[in-house]
Design a protein around this ligand. Structure first.
Ligand code: NDP
Length: 448
């Protein structure tokens, strides 16, 4: 890690001391503070008003018991979380993650990132995140439903279209959103479409929401390529993960003329030099909830590799779309060695600080998740807009809006990086632009 500006160092120390053991949260805070040195030099009022310190403390944190019955009639108990981090720009907004690794430190890192990401979109949404240590893998449909109903029986009282609006994340897709929304509706006796995003198209969802994060990440990379007089045409791409973000990133890369030759899950990666067969991947993952190994079993010429990292595969562009800290300094060295020129984070914080440092040192263009994967939440805000006006837009119209939002985020990152003397630095641009909008709103609202 590089040295922080001294005032910011004190703030970081305070965060680490007040939130012991929450290492992912510490990492996310450090990463933002590391960009704010030039901002506090230029605007000492952000320090005097303690706006940076206030931003590091969630407005509200909710932790609750989630009891449910499994298919054998045994009582299971999980822990639920919702961290309502910052509502200066709009209602708390951010997904729910169901994964055994979830604890307060993960939810706080995601919620903190979400504040700046949502701010960068330019849309009226605050930042929050939630989830549970529930593991959906291997659970029946009935178990998933009972878990979601129990989870919502506690969480509903904290939600509302003007208060807190969740969506999906790892382990939470349209099926789970349906069960959660159904229970919210039953308890509150309100068909409040705007309280959830990522809904099904026949019950208040938006076109392109399913595709939005993956598509948005690829639109962002397309802007980087254009800025350098290039395009996706003929580019070889590696994607990690094979969930929602990964699948639609692959789809858009193929539409724009690139070829994705590898993708993965937590058990390994598949190398498919002809290009990933997207229809087959969707069938395996979305229809049968299968594994990447099932894809390799039926796809002629594809190889399953279980013992090594997907980042050993040669590529021009790498899109980590799985989970936090999945791409290490060693992986970065592999990518740099094979000639990779652009890394864009479809997932949240998938690259470790060491990896980011390696990319910077080697001149690899690096697009951080809070900019590159903001298309998902931006389209959620478009879903809220359609719900509020009882309207629904076409796929083409919604996709055009998403593409325009990603272009604006890209340009905002670059122009802000220029303004603060770091041309071409997307990390600095995203952190500073995201920070300034939310910090100014906090100052305008008084001591909040
Ligand atoms: P999904 O649950 O749909 O997919 C996650 C994928 O990542 C799965 O294929 C999973 O494999 C894989 N994975 C998890 N851990 C690892 C690992 N250690 N190594 C390799 N693969 C792994 O989640 P999403 O696609 O929705 O989310 C992916 C990332 O994108 C997360 O960081 C999320 O926070 C971020 N994101 C998602 C948004 C959205 O709209 N969905 C919006 C913005 C960011 P397995 O099945 O084996 O666990």
């Amino acid at each position: 890690m590089t040295a922080l500006h001294s005032t910011l160092h004190d703030i970081y120390d305070e965060v680490a001391r007040r939130n012991p053991g929450e290492v992912e949260f510490h990492q996310a805070v450090y990463e933002v503070l590391n960009s704010l040195g030039p901002v506090v030099e230029k605007h000492p009022d952000y320090v005097d008003s303690a706006v940076i310190r206030r931003l590091c403390e969630p407005e509200r944190q909710i932790i609750f018991r989630v009891p449910w019955l499994d298919d054998t009639g045994t009582v299971q108990i999980n822990r639920g979380f919702r961290v309502e981090f910052n509502s200066a720009l709009g209602p708390f907004k951010g997904g729910l993650r169901f994964h055994p690794s979830v604890y307060l430190g993960i939810v706080k890192f995601l919620g903190y990132e979400q504040i700046f990401k949502n701010s960068l979109t330019g849309l009226p949404i605050g930042g929050g995140k939630g989830g549970s240590d529930f593991d959906p893998k291997g659970r029946s449909d009935g178990e998933i439903m009972r878990f979601c109903q129990s989870f919502m029986t506690e969480l509903y009282r904290h939600l509302g279209e003007y208060t807190d609006v969740p969506a999906g994340d790892i382990g939470v897709g349209m099926r789970e959103i349906g069960y959660l929304f159904g229970q919210y509706k039953r308890i509150t006796n309100r068909y409040e479409s705007g309280v959830f995003t990522g809904k099904g198209l026949t019950w208040g969802g938006s076109q392109v929401r399913t595709e939005a994060t993956g598509y948005g990440t690829v639109f962002f990379v397309d802007e980087i390529l254009r800025a350098n007089g290039q395009s996706f045409d003929g580019k070889q791409v590696v994607v990690s993960g094979s969930g929602n973000v990964a699948i639609y990133a692959i789809e858009k890369v193929h539409e724009l003329g690139g070829t994705v030759v590898a993708c993965s899950d937590s058990s390994g990666y598949v190398l498919d030099e002809k290009g990933i067969d997207l229809d087959l991947l969707k069938e395996v993952k979305e229809l049968h909830r299968g594994r990447i190994a099932d894809y390799a079993d039926v796809r002629g010429g594809a190889t399953l590799v279980t013992s090594r990292s997907v980042w050993e595969v040669q590529c021009d562009i790498a899109l980590p779309c799985a989970t936090q800290n999945e791409l290490t300094g060693d992986d970065a060295a592999l990518l740099i060695g094979s000639g990779c020129q652009i890394v864009a984070e479809g997932a949240n914080m998938p690259c470790t600080p060491e990896a980011v440092k390696c990319f910077e040192a080697a001149g690899v263009t690096f697009a951080p998740g809070k900019a590159a994967n903001a298309g998902g939440v931006a389209t959620s805000a478009l879903e809220m807009q359609q719900n509020a006006s009882r309207d629904s837009w076409t796929f083409e119209d919604t996709e055009a809006r998403l593409s325009e939002i990603m272009r604006r985020i890209h340009d905002r990152c670059l122009s802000t990086a220029d303004d603060y003397g770091q041309p071409g630095n997307y990390v600095a641009g995203a952190n500073i632009a995201g920070f300034i909008r939310v910090a100014d709103a906090m100052l305008a609202l008084g001591l909040v």
